[in-house]
Write a protein that binds this ligand. Structure first.
Ligand code: ZN
Length: 504
């Protein structure tokens, strides 16, 4: 059969896969962001399971396998770069799947189905002892999978491939050791400075009604250029982005009436994810390349809008008056400079998702070091909780009083996501590198001060957004900035920003 015929068949199957993904995405949205009746969940999840089975049938379809492998063998004859990327991605998915014996894969899916619920109960009851065997089984299975997948240097490399292709322990070790060397002492200096000059940002806990917060969230989304005609803002317990199609990218936020900052920054964060998906090239959807280059690249865009732009004083200059007026009396008499200090306050804390911009990567470092050592057997599951606390004390100077706010706080390991955490820190680091190069092309913060996102959108569009998954993360960063991923930009960004804020 000709390459054209193969490509045609692969696209057909990709569109089918998209259709299943679309319905599953809707089901997910329905559970998290609408008031659908809980009593209807049983059937809903039964149908979701059937759809997942149908989708699995596509991945294991022998005809698709033939089409993909024969097309891959004639890759040089495929002229369209998007078609080549489609074949590359399918080939990788099929190859990885085939390396895991089917029975072991099914057993793992069953283990995970139960472990998430068990984790929830264990967290609620502060019961690490009751859950540690499950962690043990998950890490043991993933270690086996890493051997099946194969790796050159470290079993962790085989797992991270699912989330951040091309990333390795060798590169991550350099990244985290630079962070450790610079951020840990910087944090200690800041804590000293704070002792001498205590901060008082009581105003951030003042009451602001939900409907006012909703108004501001929409103002922010309009301001940054998230297209509300091709998206929706809803409320959910945990904010998330659900890109169903390029023209239907939904996001959520969460309103807390005594913590209005939370919704502001989660809206900006999800808005960043949303803009990435809305700005991708229209022709990528049919080829299954629409959801972005990797988790970390996706995260680089959300953090760009949330932290780099959203926590700068320039961003707030055109908006602050409106914010004060809408939230009155909460921000009456609070100068913009004081507001800017409050949204950048550094305070080591126990919970990753509530951490400030400076201490956040240290939370990731704790998890990265532990999962790496668990995988190689350097530490045992029995010691996990103790090791967690030791590292929290060493890097952040805080010790969790219980396992719910310690080793059991995140769902990731219970969901089988080992190797995912670095994506969050890498996202920040990619954003910092992109920013350096964006600033070489035009004065980014002057544009923010004028409230003009035109050039920012165009730049991020051309360098990142339009390409979807045509390039993997390594190649994308290289093309966008002219150099390989370089952790020094992130470390410098953090040092400059917080030395200035704390006048060190
Ligand atoms: Zn995110």
């Amino acid at each position: 059969m000709t390459v054209e015929k193969h490509l045609e068949y692969i696209k057909e199957q990709t569109m089918k896969q998209n259709a299943y993904g679309y319905v599953s995405g809707l089901i997910g949205w329905d559970s998290a962001a609408t008031q659908s009746p809980k009593k209807g969940y049983d059937k809903k999840y039964q149908y979701a399971g059937i759809l997942a089975g149908e989708s699995y049938k596509i991945v294991t379809d022998p005809e698709l396998r033939t089409a993909v492998f024969e097309a891959a063998a004639q890759m040089d004859t495929i002229s369209d770069i998007r078609d080549r990327a489609m074949v590359r991605e399918w080939k990788k998915t099929i190859e990885r799947m085939e390396k895991i014996p089917k029975e072991e894969y099914i057993a793992f899916v069953e283990l995970l189905g139960k472990s998430e619920m068990d984790w929830e109960a264990a967290k609620e009851n502060n019961d690490f002892e009751g859950f540690k065997d499950t962690y043990g089984k998950i890490f043991e299975t993933l270690r086996k999978f890493a051997d099946y997948y194969g790796y050159k240097e470290h079993p962790y490399d085989a797992l991270i491939e699912d989330f951040e292709p091309g990333m390795t322990v060798a590169k991550l070790d350099v990244f985290f050791s630079e962070l450790r060397a610079e951020v840990v002492p910087l944090l200690q200096k800041i804590m000293e400075a704070k002792k001498n000059k205590p901060e008082d940002f009581e105003f951030i806990t003042r009451f602001v009604a939900k409907d006012k917060q909703d108004q501001i969230s929409r103002m922010i989304l309009n301001h940054i250029g998230y297209d509300l005609e091709r998206g929706i803002l809803a409320e959910s317990e945990h904010p998330f982005t659900n890109g169903l199609t390029q023209h239907d990218v939904r996001i959520t936020t969460h309103y807390m009436e005594n913590n209005f900052m939370s919704a502001i920054f989660s809206t900006a964060h999800e808005g960043g994810h949303g803009i990435y998906e809305q700005q991708q090239d229209e022709t990528l959807e049919d080829r299954g390349l629409r959801n972005g280059a990797s988790s970390a690249v996706h995260e680089s865009q959300s953090r760009m809008y949330e932290n780099v732009f959203g926590r700068s004083i320039e961003f707030w200059k055109p908006l602050y008056g409106k914010l004060q007026e809408t939230y009155s009396p909460a921000l009456d008499g609070v100068a913009i400079e004081n507001f800017h200090r409050a949204i950048n306050t550094v305070e080591p804390s126990l919970i990753r998702i509530e951490a400030d911009e400076l201490t956040y990567p240290l939370h990731i470092m704790v998890r990265y070091e532990l999962e790496k050592d668990l995988l190689t057997g350097k530490i045992k599951v029995d010691e996990l909780s103790i090791k967690w606390n030791e590292k929290m004390e060493e890097y952040l100077g805080v010790i969790p009083p219980n396992v719910a706010s310690g080793v059991l706080q995140d769902v990731h390991w219970a969901a089988g996501l080992v190797g995912y955490f670095p994506s969050y820190a890498l996202g920040n680091a990619y954003a910092a590198q992109l920013l350096v190069y964006m600033k070489k092309d035009f004065p980014v913060f002057e544009d923010l001060e004028r409230g003009d996102f035109t050039r920012i959108h165009k730049w991020l569009g051309e360098k990142v957004h339009y390409h979807g998954l045509v390039y993997g993360p390594e190649e994308l960063i290289q093309k966008a900035t002219g150099e390989a991923f370089n952790p020094k930009y992130y470390v410098e960004y953090l040092k400059d920003k917080f030395a200035q804020i704390y006048q060190l």
